[in-house]
Design a protein around this ligand. Structure first.
Ligand code: 13P
Length: 257
């Protein structure tokens, strides 16, 4: 692990302005741990308020529209979230793919829009329990990821800085049961191999691969010790500074990979 561990909180549809105090506490704690890169993706409504106050943490969005602008009632563009202070966007989360019918092609278009707006992208992928039980998890995730990333010719030159992959097995999200370190190791190895195939020997090894799905302070150190794990995408445990920074602290220990 040559790059700083990256710990990202996905607040999902949680958080009104009452949560700003939690964001402040996370920012203060992150200032004391500069060896870890800490970021939060709050609901759209909190991007600007958190960005305005944050001194250390980056702020991101949980989605964006694929178009630059236009008649898309209720949607928000990549340029708009960037204007509000977001420096990255989470795309292809399973809650968007399943809850909003987002296809690989749509996620790919969103990634193109996000890169064009200067944002970094956290590209999510992950299989259902049924796919894992059928023994097809690795093949499924490889296919999903390859189809969700824009073609190589359309990626920004500094892709390793701009792209991050998050492996989030759907059956581990919000269940309290993370994937085993063996399952994580196998999938992250497969994702790394795909990234090298797609991006080449210069960039493929540098893109960080995060694990997400029931990461908690109690299991974080074991997950971070898995080869090719470059950090975590955290849902429920990112909602309080105590638990979120407990996970970030676990990442200050030297990574094995
Ligand atoms: P939990 O950490 O709540 O399982 O959520 C993971 C997730 O979906 C992060 O994007």
């Amino acid at each position: 692990m040559t790059r700083r561990p990256y710990i990202v909180g996905n607040w999902k549809m949680h958080g009104t302005r009452a949560m700003l105090s939690e964001a402040r506490a996370i920012d203060r704690a992150a200032q004391r741990h500069p060896k870890v890169e800490v970021a939060i993706a709050p609901p759209y409504t909190l991007i600007h308020p958190i960005h305005r106050e944050a001194e250390q943490i980056a702020v991101g969005a949980q989605d964006c529209h694929e178009a630059e602008g236009g008649a898309h009632t209720g949607d928000i563009s990549a340029a708009m979230v960037a204007d509000a202070g977001a420096t990255f966007v989470i795309l292809g989360h399973s809650e968007r793919r399943q809850g909003h019918g987002e296809s690989d092609a749509l996620v790919r278009a969103k990634a193109g829009a996000a890169f064009a707006a200067g944002l970094r992208v956290i590209m999510c992928c992950g299989e259902t329990a049924a796919t894992r039980e059928s023994g097809e998890a690795v093949a499924f995730v490889r296919g999903q990821l390859a189809a969700s990333l824009p073609p190589v010719g359309e990626l920004p030159a500094e892709i390793a800085e701009r792209l991050c992959v998050a492996y989030e097995p759907i059956w581990a999200i919000g269940t309290g049961t993370a994937a085993t370190t063996g399952d994580i190791a196998e999938m992250h190895r497969a994702i790394r191999a795909l990234l090298v195939e797609l991006l080449g020997e210069e960039h493929g090894p540098e893109v960080r691969i995060l694990y997400g799905g029931s990461v908690k302070p109690e299991n974080a150190a074991a997950i971070f010790a898995v080869p090719e794990v470059g950090g975590a995408l955290v849902g429920g445990a990112s909602l309080t500074a105590d638990s979120f920074m407990g996970i970030a602290l676990a990442a200050t220990e030297p990574f094995v990979s």
